[in-house]
Design a protein around this ligand. Structure first.
Ligand code: ZN
Length: 512
């Protein structure tokens, strides 16, 4: 049983290894046919595709952003994998770097998503079941399920990356219509040092796409026009073959320089050379786009190379020795592009500040130190997961991303899902109360047209009656433990869970 579970987890994780490889340019200026009226297109709502920094800044005043992303399921071994590169680091303002996790839901442990979000990282959409050219319900269902089972506010899930980077013009149109702020599936495939480079700073689609014109139908020549919707290109690295030697995701898996075998030293060399080309030029962002499974050391049966792990840390050590280098999430990068303050003012730039909420009560709030065994194990055969927000009666799926909550066992009350007026760090899903009411945590989630037939849904359910927002279909409804009263005696619930975790502890330790 156990080994079968492991096998099920391993196969899909490894099958994603081919995500996002390119072999040559995916655009050209001819194919792009891009023109943008810079005098009409102004920040923060509009930005022309340009290789020059936003806001007319001199590159010397521009930070060198190093965008760090991870894709696919969130599991303890993937979080461990990311932490071995970021947890020990600091940005120039003394804060631990944040990153973006493009999350797909099969094999995802929802409680870890909650934790990762509360720690300040960005949670973004990578479809529910990891499909390219994604149908709308794969995109929208991900928001609904992450809101319900990981307690992520709808207003905080602003970005999308297509599985296999396989997207269409319709994907972009749907993202814009569903209230996303950006997509990050397109490739910048020509070195910044080449004439005609497509290494554009993030831009809005007021004048259409300027990347991937040769690869994706219906892009470029002014299409698709999606005012205010951003593309954050993924910037390839290039080995000694230059434009003919691109590397995009998990570059440490690729042989370099025309060789047939992987060589960490060769990878390090071209990563450094590409970084310097950005740093000494117009400082377009530099990206590390990762699948954490490939550098996991805590997953049975996967043996990541220590040499590769050391090489990646050596690269980051080296990059951080350069002045003005900041490791950021996509969301943080975009916040700066929309409001490009000079490098000298970055230490006090709010989106880059540390955000550690102060919670001194023991709630199931996503802060591991305070959880005290409160997550439920939802023991579905395909992929068991934990959640603080109550197990659904069946696995979430694109057809039903928000199944009703299971009847609680052991005399427990149903959990309260995140409401629209309280953000994740403050919400106690056991008692159904918000632990912060001061000005520092005032909050209201937004509605997005992601329900059946485009119906507006708002974050959580508890606020629905007073907000006047139309209710979704019945299968989406019964989510918030309607009418549940939090009458469980204090302390009883953790005691039950200690016993419960004793039973499942073995399973937990092998990193489901
Ligand atoms: Zn993926």
């Amino acid at each position: 049983m156990l080994s079968l579970t492991l096998l099920c987890l391993l196969i899909p994780a490894l099958s994603f290894a081919q995500d996002g490889s390119i072999s040559g340019p995916t655009s050209s200026s001819d194919a792009a046919g891009y023109s943008c009226n810079a005098s009409a297109c102004k920040l923060p709502k509009c930005n022309c595709a340009s290789t020059s920094p936003p806001g007319g800044l001199d590159p010397a005043d521009v930070p060198q952003f190093l965008v760090y992303t991870a894709d696919d399921a969130v599991q303890s071994y993937t979080i461990d994998s990311v932490n071995q590169f970021l947890a020990q680091r600091m940005n120039p303002n003394g804060c631990t770097p944040r990153m973006t996790y493009y999350t797909s839901l099969n094999y995802t442990n929802y409680t870890l998503v909650t934790d990762w979000f509360v720690a300040g990282n960005e949670i973004a959409d990578h479809t529910m079941t990891h499909v390219g050219s994604p149908p709308n319900d794969e995109i929208d269902g991900n928001l609904i399920a992450l809101n319900a089972l990981a307690g992520i506010p709808l207003s905080s899930i602003i970005g999308f990356r297509a599985p296999y980077l396989n997207y269409t013009a319709d994907t972009l149109s749907h993202l814009a219509a569903s209230g996303f702020t950006y997509d990050s599936s397109a490739t910048s495939s020509i070195p910044v040092t080449e004439n005609g480079t497509d290494a554009f700073w993030p831009y809005t689609l007021d004048y259409g796409m300027a990347n991937d014109c040769l690869n994706v139908d219906g892009l470029c020549k002014g299409k698709p026009k999606l005012p205010g919707f951003w593309e954050v290109p993924m910037y390839a690295m290039f080995d000694s073959l230059g434009i003919d030697g691109p590397h995009l995701m998990d570059p440490w898996l690729d042989p370099a320089d025309g060789s047939s075998t992987v060589d960490d030293n060769a990878t390090l060399t071209y990563m450094q050379n590409t970084f310097l080309a950005h740093y000494n030029g117009n400082r377009q962002p530099f990206g590390l786009y990762t699948h954490p499974i490939h550098t996991a050391t805590t997953y049975p049966g996967v043996s990541a190379s220590n040499s590769t792990i050391d090489m990646i840390n050596s690269f980051l050590d080296w990059a951080q020795e350069h002045e003005g280098v900041w490791i950021v999430s996509t969301e943080q990068l975009l916040a700066w592009v929309q409001n490009p303050v000079p490098l000298s003012e970055l230490d006090s730039f709010t989106p880059l500040k540390c955000s550690v909420p102060e919670i001194n009560q023991s709630i199931c709030d996503g802060i591991p130190d305070n959880e005290q065994g409160l997550p439920d194990l939802c023991d579905f055969p395909d992929f068991p997961f934990y959640t603080c927000y109550g197990c659904p009666v069946e696995e979430p799926s694109p057809d039903n991303p928000n199944p009703p909550q299971q009847n609680a066992s052991n005399g427990q009350e149903p959990r309260y899902r995140l409401p629209a007026n309280c953000s994740t760090p403050w919400w106690d899903p056991v008692k159904g109360t918000c632990l912060c009411s001061g000005a520092s945590c005032q909050y209201h989630d937004i509605s997005r047209p992601i329900g059946p037939n485009g119906a507006n849904l708002t974050g959580g359910d508890t606020d629905r009656a007073s907000s006047g927002i139309p209710s979704p279909t019945a299968s989406f409804l019964s989510f918030n433990g309607n009418g549940a009263s939090a009458s469980f005696p204090a302390g009883t619930w953790p005691a039950i869970m200690v016993g419960f975790f004793g039973i499942v502890g073995g399973l937990y330790l092998i990193r489901i």
